[in-house]
Design a protein around this ligand. Structure first.
Ligand SMILES: *[C@@H]1O[C@H](CO)[C@@H](O)[C@H](O)[C@H]1NC(C)=O
Ligand SMILES: *[C@@H]1O[C@H](CO)[C@@H](O)[C@H](O)[C@H]1NC(C)=O
Ligand SMILES: *[C@@H]1O[C@H](CO)[C@@H](O)[C@H](O)[C@H]1NC(C)=O
Ligand SMILES: *[C@@H]1O[C@H](CO)[C@@H](O)[C@H](O)[C@H]1NC(C)=O
Ligand SMILES: *[C@@H]1O[C@H](CO)[C@@H](O)[C@H](O)[C@H]1NC(C)=O
Ligand SMILES: *[C@@H]1O[C@H](CO)[C@@H](O)[C@H](O)[C@H]1NC(C)=O
Length: 351
């Protein structure tokens, strides 16, 4: 009798109460397995007419590194086997901002389409592979999923620091559900997201192209003429998210008279988007199979400080792709670097 009572208590404690807990906590999310401690994120190149053949803006690199990732450049205009190989070696991707023709197959749009399809396939196969699209990169996410022109003119360049006008509860969204609550409140209430663009993605166009079920629009805004456009969205099945604004510009703009807001709250809230991407990338276990990440890392190249009418920027320029040897960091010696890395890892383990 005592045994049965004891068993009964055990069952109530271990089975009934926890089941009840799960029943009343439908929002409970499984704890993500953030097992990848040093994720590697690819940033896709784009053509650059003026200074070299291809460019990566260092803002994106710095933002990713600040959130804990290593960064590798992903070349454009390469063949399918290159993209297959690179996407199974890295843990996430950023489609950056810029001013490319997204329908030019030899520019970032062509590479973006292949990478988008491969990333979708990986996710379908159960490999968690995230993408963050920023400004042009956000527009690229829409264009790649439509496989045709999506963008319309905003009828004038939008150049403003804006609050985020949420149309969905951000706390229920994939992009913001694990954000600190203050991040959402700052984004909602303070004019701190840097916006500079003259092309727009609209709900009308997403709807017309049958994409409104594929993308959940999280926020919108309006042009001076009253045109409604999308400012953030996330994919309904994959860990892909895009923002029309430039979170990294609030932190890394180098212009003397920067128009962006870099105060405490602006920096705190704008960091979230890269933190999100890198956190998602930590759930991916891809690795370079037979070379060191540091053989592909962007730190091998030397960025240049450029001042133009767009302000002061630090950019990585490349004249060729896969075997590019231009502008490597002075004094980088492959043999030495490998030895130093080994030595450092020993030191770290001892400490
Ligand atoms: C690329 O080539 C051009 C023309 O040869 C040269 O002026 C420029 O410095 C090169 N850029 C890089 C990053 O090597
Ligand atoms: C793809 O490109 C790489 C390097 O550019 C080359 O080594 C490889 O042979 C190419 N593969 C195909 C199938 O063309
Ligand atoms: C942009 O402006 C032109 C001319 O003013 C107008 O015909 C067009 O409808 C506008 N487009 C949008 C999307 O507002
Ligand atoms: C930062 O700037 C924004 C926009 O001007 C403002 O709303 C906010 O109060 C500022 N935050 C701080 C901490 O000064
Ligand atoms: C690394 O692996 C890839 C794919 O398995 C192969 O194509 C390539 O030749 C290998 N490279 C080296 C340096 O072994
Ligand atoms: C890159 O360099 C390797 C070794 O030097 C060579 O086999 C390969 O063909 C080169 N690839 C390209 C795209 O030039």
């Amino acid at each position: 009798m005592k045994k049965i009572l004891f068993l009964g208590i055990i069952i109530v404690l271990c089975v009934v109460i926890p089941s009840f807990y799960f029943l009343v906590s439908p929002q409970l999310q499984p704890t993500p397995i953030l097992s990848n401690k040093r994720p590697v994120v690819g940033v896709v190149l784009q053509k650059d007419g003026k200074h070299g053949t291809y460019v990566v803006y260092s803002n994106y690199v710095k933002a990713l590194e600040g959130s804990g990732a290593k960064v590798v450049p992903v070349w454009i205009n390469e063949n399918e086997s290159y993209y297959q190989s690179i996407i199974s070696s890295i843990n996430g991707l950023v489609f950056p901002g810029g001013s490319a023709d997204l329908l030019d197959p030899t520019d970032i749009g062509g590479a973006g389409q292949i990478l988008f399809d491969l990333a979708a396939k990986l996710n379908d196969e159960g490999v968690h592979f995230p993408i963050l699209g920023v400004c042009q990169g956000f527009q690229l996410l829409a264009t790649a999923s439509a496989r045709q022109k999506v963008l319309i003119s905003c009828n004038g360049t939008i150049k403003d620091n804006l609050p985020v006008k949420f149309i969905e509860d951000p706390h229920q969204s994939y992009l913001f559900k694990s954000a600190p609550p203050q991040v959402v409140e700052i984004l909602r209430n303070e004019a701190i997201t840097p916006n500079i663009h003259s092309l727009c993605v609209t709900r009308g166009n997403l709807n017309r192209l049958g994409l409104i079920t594929e993308w959940r629009v999280l926020s919108i805004d309006y042009t001076k003429n009253g045109l409604e456009y999308v400012t953030s969205m996330e994919h309904t099945r994959y860990p892909f998210a895009g923002v029309q604004f430039h979170p990294e510009k609030s932190i890394y703009d180098l212009s003397e008279n920067s128009k962006y807001v870099s105060n405490y709250t602006a920096v705190f809230a704008n960091r979230w988007f890269y933190d999100w991407l890198v956190m998602e990338a930590r759930m991916n276990g891809n690795t370079f199979s037979n070379i060191s990440v540091n053989d592909r890392i962007i730190d091998r190249y030397c960025p240049e400080l450029i001042t133009s009418k767009y302000g002061t920027v630090l950019n990585y320029y490349f004249n060729s792709t896969l075997n590019s040897t231009v502008k490597r960091v002075d004094g980088w010696d492959e043999q030495v670097s490998v030895r130093e890395l080994k030595d450092n890892s020993n030191v770290n383990e001892k400490n």
